[in-house]
Unconditional design. Structure first.
Length: 586
């Protein structure tokens, strides 16, 4: 910056500071009001429900009789205790399996000379895009103790063994293989940034490669392993689709399925559901707090100023074994479930006299797809899903941009409160968001309940931390001098944002909106308590098909939902790539 521009900068700041001194409090106040509307008000109503014995549908909110009875009853209820321990067992076991798989794949991709590592890295992330209910339905078709395709195959081969995925072990296995990517993302990044000199010193001392892995490498990336495992556990704890598909047939209730069951009874037990939802939220919040506490309490620094290059371990012939493990994982999480859905969707009856009956092409037809599309709710749910996805992406993206800019690019008072409120939903599972919004709006006449907007707003609140975090990286990459140069040229704050910040942050904005769009399309937990017959979305309709007991229609609609999600994901990924390239060349 020249001397002239340096002298002009204070004057430019003085010109722009005056309106900002007046506008900043109004802007911060507006953001706090919006966040209070999206997050605080629903949570307060959730507490209201847990401490009340009034029914919001029948009594409204005029007959509020405060009482801790419902909450105390929940804490003393044996069914809640059982659901709680089932949730801990399923999520705990799934987390252990996810750590094993995610850690193995991150080591294979980053630290070995395994061939086709780019393919392995891509395959490791595929499960993140599979809706949980679709995964549960597919593995129910594969591992049903009586009619499962895997058991039919084993019987034909002559192996006296039966899979039963309608069990706790089934829940653990599906949780583990589908949420391993969370561990992979954390640990792969840590391994790339770790100085290999410590491992080299261990091997020079005579330790074998595998001894070095377990005594040096993995302990040094312990924060990443802990962060990934806790995140996996928290995500599993709030999932409804997998326990509904695999746990319910075996009468295995976890907290999420128990909450939904309470609202499905006649009459619905909204107060008890609110109390259980608070219990689930508190457990999640403790885990999130523990994650932050542990990670900030100890130094694991291995990256210093000295340059280094992450090394690749030469596995020799064993590199094909590690590549084979990647193929097996891809086959288990992608090929097998997809094959099961295709067979169930096109076969008239899901019964096999023997293995050869699997190839009786006369038994295959489009009858289930015809039945699905004869249902007027099918096209309505697809249209509603697209509308909710677009509204969520646009509204959530705009709000995240406003929050991210305020927190990362300004020094206005109150920005820490904004950051806190925007981060708060990270400790609130989707199902709890749904119950909170139910209590917030169902008893108010002329409110949002029963409209598309309540679904979109619930999704915006639910995924706000993810969106703001995705955008914050883009803001931190933009140097402050660019904005100062615009102020010198006479641009105001809004003009600077429009002409400087937004174009430079455009790839991050598009990426965050794409993320919101995809998450909204596959979200089930927040939708369960907020939809009506006019606002049914695909995830809810799929659950209806599943609970109706028609496996063929369920599989057919699962393929429809997966295909639509894959097409939309491809389009949004292409748009994001084009936007990034355009921003780079401009």
């Amino acid at each position: 910056m020249t001397a002239t521009s340096a002298e002009a900068l204070p004057a430019a700041r003085e010109m722009t500071d005056a309106p900002r001194r007046w506008g900043a409090p109004l802007w911060v106040g507006a953001l706090l009001i919006v966040l209070a509307f999206l997050v605080i008000y629903p949570l307060l109503m959730l507490v209201f429900g847990a401490l009340s014995d009034s029914n919001p549908v029948v009594d409204g909110f005029g007959a509020f009789r405060p009482s801790a009875k419902h909450f105390l009853d929940v804490l003393a209820n044996e069914n809640v205790h059982l659901a709680f321990f089932n949730a801990l067992a399923a999520c705990g076991g799934g987390t252990v399996l996810a750590v094993v798989i995610g850690l193995a794949f991150s080591w294979i991709v980053v630290r070995t000379n395994t061939p086709f590592k780019g393919f392995i890295a891509g395959a490791s992330m595929i499960p993140l895009f599979v809706p949980p209910l679709v995964a549960g339905v597919a593995w129910g078709i594969l591992g049903s103790p009586k009619t499962g395709l895997l058991n039919t195959s084993l019987k034909w081969i002559g192996i006296d063994f039966r899979f039963d995925f309608y069990s706790m072990s089934g829940l653990i296995m599906v949780f583990g293989i589908y949420y391993a990517p969370y561990v992979y993302m954390f640990t792969a990044s840590a391994l790339r940034n770790m100085d290999p000199s410590l491992e080299e010193a261990s091997e020079v001392s005579g330790a074998s490669a595998f001894t070095t892995i377990f005594t040096i490498t993995f302990p040094l990336i312990a924060p990443a392993i802990l962060a990934g495992s806790l995140l996996s556990f928290v995500v599993m704890l709030g999932i409804y689709g997998v326990p509904a598909a695999l746990g319910a047939p075996a009468n295995i209730n976890v907290l999420t399925t128990y909450i939904f069951k309470l609202t499905a009874w006649s009459p619905p037990l909204y107060n008890t559901a609110a109390a259980v939802a608070i219990l689930l939220m508190v457990v999640t919040a403790i885990l999130v707090w523990a994650q932050q506490r542990v990670l900030s309490g100890k130094s694991y620094a291995t990256v210093a100023g000295k340059a280094f290059r992450p090394r690749s371990l030469n596995l020799g012939p064993w590199r094909w074994f590690t590549f084979g493990l990647a193929l097996v994982y891809l086959f288990v999480v992608v090929v097998l479930p997809t094959l099961a859905l295709v067979i169930a969707a096109f076969r008239k009856f899901l019964f096999f006299k023997d293995f050869n009956a699997l190839f009786d092409w006369k038994q295959y037809s489009w009858v289930h797809f015809e039945s699905v599309f004869d249902n007027p709710l099918t096209m309505l749910s697809i249209w509603n899903t697209l509308k909710v996805g677009v509204i969520t992406a646009v509204v959530g993206g705009a709000l995240a941009f406003a929050i991210g800019y305020t927190v990362n690019r300004t020094t206005v008072g109150g920005r820490k409160s904004i950051d806190l409120l925007a981060t708060l939903p990270v400790a609130i599972p989707g199902l709890v968001v749904g119950v909170a919004y139910l209590w917030a709006w169902i008893g108010l006449p002329g409110g949002l309940y029963g409209t598309i907007w309540i679904l979109a707003l619930a999704f915006v609140a639910r995924f706000m931390p993810d969106t703001v975090k995705a955008l914050s990286t883009s803001f931190l990459q933009i140097h402050k001098e660019l904005e100062e140069a615009a102020w010198i040229c006479g641009r105001g704050l809004l003009g600077t944002i429009r002409t400087i910040v937004l174009p430079l942050a455009r790839p991050g904005v598009v990426a965050s909106m794409t993320l919101l769009f995809v998450l909204a399309i596959r979200e089930l937990g927040s939708s369960l308590f907020l939809y009506t017959s006019d606002t049914t979305v695909m995830a809810v309709l799929l659950l209806d098909y599943y609970e109706g007991g028609n496996t063929g229609k369920t599989a057919a609609f699962s393929l429809v939902q997966t295909a639509i999600l894959a097409i939309l994901l491809s389009i949004t990924t292409w748009l994001s790539r084009e936007t990034t390239q355009s921003a780079r060349f401009n």
